[in-house]
Write a protein that binds this ligand. Structure first.
Ligand SMILES: Cc1cc2nc3c(=O)[nH]c(=O)nc-3n(C[C@H](O)[C@H](O)[C@H](O)COP(=O)(O)O)c2cc1C
Length: 143
């Protein structure tokens, strides 16, 4: 069973910290969608998409990646980091079109200094932390 996580992490590297923590414990390939915008996903049985939440959506670059490179009818899991709350709708709309099945979703807080939060030193400082990473590893292991 070949697994990969495709990720975009551009604000504070929060999502990257999470997926690298997963990759240290699980047999899984990591694909940075910014550096590998044309990566071939056809050989993977299970694919994760991971991103920070931007204006209530997964990052535009990961949405474009999924639209362009995700083959039909794959098993998908979703991961996100967020300052306020998780929101999976933007990516799920694309997955629906690709007849992909979402087999699990995981979200946790990620350090956020966007806009006014910068004035107060940011929110969710230190996240994802060790517990977040442990929970994410358990999530992927159970899939
Ligand atoms: C431009 C911008 C918009 C954001 N919009 C949201 C949002 O709508 N909801 C939310 O919960 N967090 C929002 N955040 C916080 C990020 O989702 C959070 O910091 C995330 O962990 C960033 O992940 P990354 O460091 O992997 O890119 C926003 C951050 C930025 C910079």
């Amino acid at each position: 069973m070949r697994k990969a996580i495709v990720y975009v992490s551009v604000h504070h590297g929060n999502t990257e910290k999470l997926v690298k923590g997963i990759a240290e414990e699980c047999q899984i390939d990591l694909i940075d969608a910014v550096n590998q915008p044309d990566a071939d996903l056809s050989s993977y049985d299970m694919i994760g998409f991971a991103s920070g939440i931007y204006f209530s959506k997964f990052h535009q670059l990961i949405l474009e990646f999924a639209e362009k490179n995700l083959p039909d009818e794959k098993k998908i899991f979703l991961l996100c980091t967020y300052g306020g709350s998780a929101n999976y709708k933007s990516i799920e709309q694309i997955l629906d079109k690709k007849r992909s099945k979402v087999i699990g979703k995981f979200g946790c807080k990620g350090y956020d200094t966007f806009g006014p939060f910068k004035l107060v030193g940011g929110i969710a400082k230190g996240h994802p932390d060790e517990d977040d990473i442990k929970n994410a590893v358990e999530f992927v292991t159970r899939l």
